[in-house]
Design a protein around this ligand. Structure first.
Ligand code: NAD
Length: 490
């Protein structure tokens, strides 16, 4: 079952079509033509995957073993992935649509994540705690057991591995459900895990529908934690399921992130960074800087530069050299984005550039939307309040810093914010006032495996990445030992 265009469920190191044999076709987003077929997991497959992962955990080879051994296996995996970077990047681009350059960056990030968590695998330490009397007290950090990971389609391998890699490093066994639209690199990665020598059953990948399969995984009594990356709407559902089962949930959810441009900003540099932050990945980024809040003195200069950048961008299939923006992931997503643009227009917004489906010889059949900038959209418009998840930037002008902060925080989300200024004192001051889990100054959205990633408010709960990430997939046990020496009778 490992032909180049067929992908199965990988459970216990075996790739198959699952219990009911169902499969579905996947479409290339740049042409909407089928190019691969993938197995569709059923609820019975979820149960089986959890059973196999639990058996692998109980066997103790992975969980009970030495962290240094896990580190070596994860480093082997990083090395193999690095060697196969081109093949993984090509598959990601074909499946999701992003440009090859973007896919290469994603795969590189996964390699680096594996290396980073491998370095932490033998450093999950407990503490000794002074207590009264002849007693010895200490803590041990233990893996949780079987952890479930549910991933979205916009960075398919990167976001799956962002939580899977540390969970593995901590000694857990894993069941991963990739997004139905983009499961292929996760399946290919599971094949690689076998080659790297991870014991069978330690990493299981079950593609299939979120509502049935995803919920079955979280509801399973063997699921000891869930890491979910996806929409805020489904995040609420996952939180409710996790609460019923009293298991920890890490939720990485949606965003509607502000980009604040102060009057002293370098307009040229800001324009390039802002464009990257909203048109990169065709705008399908949780932390896309989708609301530009610019000081009124720079508004027209910045809009002019953004228009020029947007109109010069080359759109096309992600596999073509020189393409700067690929298609949206699906026809449905294209329609959703165009509907939001229509709402912005209907509510009085002025389209500065874009705002329509892109046309051209290599674009006709794909899901291409022109990079779009809309000004003067009222704050009540759904195009401003809701996440669009496409290449659409709304622009607002402000006069006083307090007004910029109010506009920036006036959203149910709190994932990310960007500031553009030469005045570092103002930058630090404003960074504190912004309700966002991540703030960057004079940068497009940028993150590293060693820096915590997470959102406030409707954007999530908890963090991935960073120094504490491996320990976050463990539980703390406290041990108290009475070490009093019994008095001998005289
Ligand atoms: P989605 O919520 O529709 O789906 C995410 C995953 O959850 C998919 O695998 C899906 O099959 C599964 N799912 C759906 N319903 C489920 C249910 N009831 N139970 C269990 N699993 C279920 O999101 P999407 O459309 O794939 O991704 C886009 C969203 O993800 C956007 O809102 C984006 O902002 C967000 N996102 C957040 C981050 C972050 O780190 N904060 C990163 C990327 C994407």
């Amino acid at each position: 079952m490992a032909a180049e265009s067929t992908f199965g469920l990988v459970i216990g190191g075996v790739e198959s079509n699952g219990t009911n044999g169902a499969t579905e076709e996947l479409l290339d987003p740049s042409t909407n033509r089928p190019f691969a077929r993938v197995a569709v997991g059923a609820v019975d497959d979820a149960r089986y995957a959890m059973q196999v992962a639990q058996a692998a955990f109980d066997a103790g080879e992975w969980a009970g073993g030495d962290g240094a051994k896990r580190a070596k296996a994860l480093l082997r995996l990083a090395h193999l992935l690095d060697e196969q970077q081109e093949a993984f990047a090509a598959l990601e681009t074909r499946n999701m649509g992003k440009t090859l350059r973007e896919s290469r960056v994603d795969v590189g990030f996964v390699v680096r994540t594996l290396e980073y968590v491998a370095g932490l695998a033998d450093k999950v330490e407990g503490a000794t705690i002074p207590v009264p009397g002849a007693r010895f007290n200490y803590t041990v950090r233990e893996p949780l057991g079987v952890t479930v990971h549910i991933a979205p389609w916009n960075y398919p391998l990167l976001l799956a591995m962002r939580s899977v890699a540390p969970a593995l490093a901590a000694g857990n066994t894993v069941v991963l459900k990739p997004a139905s639209l983009t499961p292929l690199t996760a399946v290919r990665f599971a094949r690689l895990a076998g080659e790297a020598g991870l014991p069978n059953g330690v990493l299981n990948v079950v593609p299939g529908p979120g509502g049935r399969l995803g919920e079955a995984l979280v509801r399973d009594p063997r699921c000891r934690s869930v890491s979910f990356t996806g929409s805020s709407e489904v995040g609420h559902r996952i939180a409710a399921l996790a609460a019923e089962r009293l298991i920890p949930a890490t939720l990485e959810l949606g965003g509607k992130s502000p980009v604040v441009v102060l009057p002293d900003a370098d307009v040229e540099r800001a324009a390039r960074g802002i464009a990257l932050g909203i048109f990169g990945n065709a705008g399908q980024m949780c932390w896309a800087g989708s609301r530009l809040i610019v000081h009124e003195t720079l508004r027209s200069a910045l809009l002019e530069k953004l228009r020029a950048i947007a109109e010069a961008m080359r759109l096309g299939p992600g596999t073509e050299d020189g393409v700067e923006m690929g298609p949206l992931v699906s026809r449905e997503q294209e329609q959703r984005v165009l509907d939001y643009v229509r709402a912005a227009r209907d509510d009085g917004g002025q389209v500065v550039t874009g705002g329509a489906k892109a046309t051209g010889p290599s674009l006709a059949d794909g899901n291409f939307v022109r990079p779009t900038v809309v000004a003067d959209v009222p704050a009540t418009s759904k195009a401003v309040r809701e996440e669009i998840f496409g290449p659409v930037l709304s622009v607002f002008a402000y006069r006083e810093p307090d007004e910029a902060v109010r506009l920036a925080n006036e959203t149910p989300f709190g994932l990310f914010a960007a500031l553009w200024t030469r005045d570092l004192a103002s930058a630090h001051h404003l960074a504190r006032r912004l309700e966002a889990g991540m703030v960057v100054v004079n940068e497009p959205p940028l993150t590293f495996p060693q820096t915590p990633f997470g959102g406030f408010k409707e954007s999530g709960l908890g963090n991935e990445q960073g120094l504490g990430v491996v320990a976050s997939y463990t539980r703390t046990k406290n041990v108290l030992v009475n070490v009093a020496v019994p008095k001998r009778k005289p």
